[in-house]
Every structure is written in C-alpha cells, then in structure tokens.
Design a protein around this ligand. Structure first.
Ligand SMILES: CC(C)(COP(=O)(O)OP(=O)(O)OC[C@H]1O[C@@H](n2cnc3c(N)ncnc32)[C@H](O)[C@@H]1OP(=O)(O)O)[C@@H](O)C(=O)NCCC(=O)NCCS
Length: 223
C-alpha cells in the first residue's frame, strides 16, 4: 500500500488546481457551451460512477491498472511507476468539468466500494448543431466479462446525449482492440473512419434512441 503521507493535503491540491488554471486560462480556449457541466455521481445497479479521488485505495487500484501491459496495450498511455501513476490520478481528479472544446471529464467506476475502472468524456466540439463528445472506457481485467464496462459506458453516453446535448458520441479504437470494438458495437456504435492505428466509431442521438428500445442485455451478442 502507498503511504498516506505521500498524498497531497487539500490546500496544496487547491494550489495545484489554481496553477493549472493559470497555465491555460479559459478565455483563450474558444467557445463554451451554455453552462459548465460538473462531474455527476451516478448509481447504476451495483456500480457507482463518481469523480476520481486521491485516496490510498484509489491510488493502489489505479496503479494496478497503469502497470498492467494488457490494460495499456491499446491506450495512448505508457506503463507507469507508482509515482507516475499517482501523478496521473491526481490529474484525473481535476478532470471534472465540461465547458469548452477540449475539456475532459473522467469518472471512476466503483463496485462494492472498490474502484474497478474508468469512463471518460472529452468535449470535442461545442456547437449545438454538431456537439461531439468522445468517450473512453477501461475496466480492470479482474472485473472484465460481466458487462460492467458496457453499463458504465452506456450511462456516460446517455449523460452525453441527454445532459450535455451531444449530437454525436464517438469512440476512437485501435483496430486490434477486439474487446473495445465489441463493446462499441454492443452499444450501437457504427464504424466510420479508419486511419493508421485508429478507427473512429460513431453513435448518433437517433441511433441511441433506436437502441434504447432494445436493452443492452438483449443485444449483447450482436458483436
Ligand atoms: C475494452 C474493455 C473495457 C472491454 O471490457 P469487457 O470486459 O469486454 O466489457 P464488459 O465489462 O462490458 O463485459 C462484456 C462481457 O460481459 C458480458 N455481459 C454479461 N452481462 C452483460 C450485460 N448485462 N451487458 C453487457 N454485457 C454483458 C458480455 O457478453 C461480454 O462477454 P464476453 O466477455 O464473452 O465477450 C476492456 O477490455 C479494457 O479495459 N481494456 C483495456 C483498456 C482499453 O483498451 N480501453 C479501450 C480503449 S479504446
């Protein structure tokens, strides 16, 4: 376990947050959506989606994921040491607001009091006519194969459509990432653009509504 003394006290966290805000002031970062959306806490069955926390338990769980080659294989992440993983988690605790293009929101997936994965939403464009949110998903290999990542992703996608008012939700997936492709297809994403190492999958609000008539449990073998 990581010593609790290594965690940053609240006042320092506030200072770090202030520093990051000062580094990239919002007024130079393009148009905003109507108002900011702060990270929700959502309960869906036995899963809770909530902002990341800088606790010993979350740091340990995050390090397990970040130091596992199978988890990072198709992610734009390197394998991280404990220190690097802790810094990465610290960054994630600050990704809690969507307001301007480029903003990123990350939620931990918690089950039975343990963090088992992560879903994220990246606000790509803000125009109400073409508001695009890119989503990402990640589940611990120990918890894989039970539909948890699908359920968490589905919840975030509904949030993107219904709350953020996205017109399209996209997912960018490595062609060899078969489990991620299967997950996207379970959720109704359609493969759009393939280029180099990545394939873009798209889900429109209309496709999502169409799918809502067919719960994920019933269509999970489509992929
Ligand atoms: C991509 C990733 C999240 C997929 O995880 P997963 O375990 O396949 O996804 P789920 O947790 O939704 O589980 C799906 C499985 O549960 C089954 N399942 C059971 N109940 C289910 C339900 N109610 N709903 C959906 N699926 C259900 C599915 O049929 C599927 O079974 P399978 O393993 O036989 O194919 C995971 O492989 C991962 O984290 N990879 C590393 C990180 C990564 O590459 N992320 C993607 C970047 S683009």
């Amino acid at each position: 376990m990581i010593s609790r003394r290594r965690f940053v006290p609240g006042i320092m966290r506030a200072a770090i947050r202030l520093r990051s805000v000062l580094r990239r002031p919002r007024f130079v970062r393009g148009p905003r959506i109507e108002h900011p959306f702060d990270a929700p806490i959502v309960r869906v069955g036995d899963l809770t989606l909530r902002p990341h926390r800088l606790t010993a338990a979350d740091a340990e769980a995050w390090f397990e994921l970040q130091s596992n080659p199978d988890v990072v294989r198709y992610l734009p992440w390197k394998l991280r040491t404990r220190e690097q993983s802790l810094q990465h988690l610290r960054d994630r605790t600050r990704h809690t607001r969507l307001w301007q293009a480029g903003d990123f929101l990350a939620l931990a997936i918690e089950r039975e009091g343990r963090m088992i994965g992560d879903v994220s939403a990246h606000l790509r464009t803000v125009s109400p006519d073409d508001r695009v949110v890119e989503v990402g998903w990640l589940i611990s290999p120990d918890e894989s194969g039970h539909g948890y990542a699908t359920r968490a992703a589905e919840t975030l996608i509904d949030y993107a459509f219904e709350v953020i008012r996205a017109t399209r939700v996209i997912a960018v997936i490595h062609p060899r990432n078969a489990r991620s492709r299967a997950l996207a297809q379970r959720l109704g994403f359609v493969r759009m653009v393939s280029g180099g190492d990545l394939t873009e999958f798209v889900l429109t609000a209309a496709q999502r509504h169409e799918l809502a008539a067919h719960p994920v449990e019933q269509i999970r073998h489509v992929a």
